[in-house]
Design a protein around this ligand. Structure first.
Ligand SMILES: Nc1ncnc2c1ncn2[C@@H]1O[C@H](COP(=O)(O)OP(=O)(O)OP(=O)(O)O)[C@@H](O)[C@H]1O
Length: 204
């Protein structure tokens, strides 16, 4: 279980801090919902460890993860800027998500190829990110995050800008992740994303 407990945060100069509180169980998706500027990306960044709260706690399986750096937290994030390595091809970009040292086992390579097929990018593993469309890059970033198999996925507008076919494929993939027990924290302006994926809504 992931618990966000009285997590207090304000940017420098901000008068009223946010106080975030919510709990998510394995296999559940919580949609963080609110107007533009309400703090959705901020809470994601706090969870990921890119921002430090003033007080409060984040518990994973009853233990605080607040002192852990981002790479040691049980989560993977996909934010709007996709952070693909431009000089590495698609399959290597994804492989780095699975094993940072890139010692890919045959099973991993198969998982990458299957994953690319499942998001409609079969056969594009050797392309450089610069030779993909924006939506294709987005799918690569999301697939890389999913294949890391961390217990928690932090998704900030993950499907925005994709065509309806790609959206359907990725929603399906995210539903499969949920059924395997992955927790999803989802910030999306899209009602359909929330209706299909979310079990609860956390309003900001
Ligand atoms: N580094 C920063 N320093 C100061 N204020 C910031 C900083 N980053 C964000 N803010 C402010 O904090 C508020 C919340 O920003 P945040 O990006 O979390 O909103 P959001 O709900 O994700 O918005 P959107 O839906 O537009 O992406 C905004 O008013 C924003 O201007």
């Amino acid at each position: 279980m992931l618990e966000v407990k009285n997590l207090v945060f304000a940017y420098p100069g901000q008068d009223t801090p946010w106080v975030f509180n919510f709990t998510v169980s394995p296999g559940q998706c919580i949609a963080v919902h609110g107007a533009s500027g309400s703090g959705k990306s901020t809470v994601m960044n706090l969870l990921a460890g890119f921002l430090e709260p003033q007080s409060g706690d984040i518990l994973w399986q009853d233990r605080s993860i607040l002192s852990l750096p981002p790479w040691q937290r049980p989560m993977t994030s996909v934010f709007q800027e996709h952070n693909l390595f431009e000089h590495l091809d698609v399959q290597t970009n994804i492989g780095l998500g699975i094993h940072p040292g890139l010692k890919l086992l045959p099973d991993d390579q198969q998982a990458i190829e299957n994953g690319l097929q499942s998001v409609g990018l079969g056969g594009l593993g050797k392309r450089l990110p610069g030779d993909l469309s924006g939506g294709q890059r987005q799918r690569v970033a999301l697939l890389r995050a999913i294949l890391r198999q961390q217990p928690v996925l932090l998704l900030d507008e993950p499907l925005t800008g994709l065509d309806s076919e790609a959206r359907d494929l990725l929603r399906q993939l995210l539903l499969e992740q949920k059924s395997r027990g992955t927790i999803i924290i989802l910030a999306s302006h899209d009602k359909e994303d929330r209706r299909i994926l979310a079990d609860s809504v956390y309003r900001l």
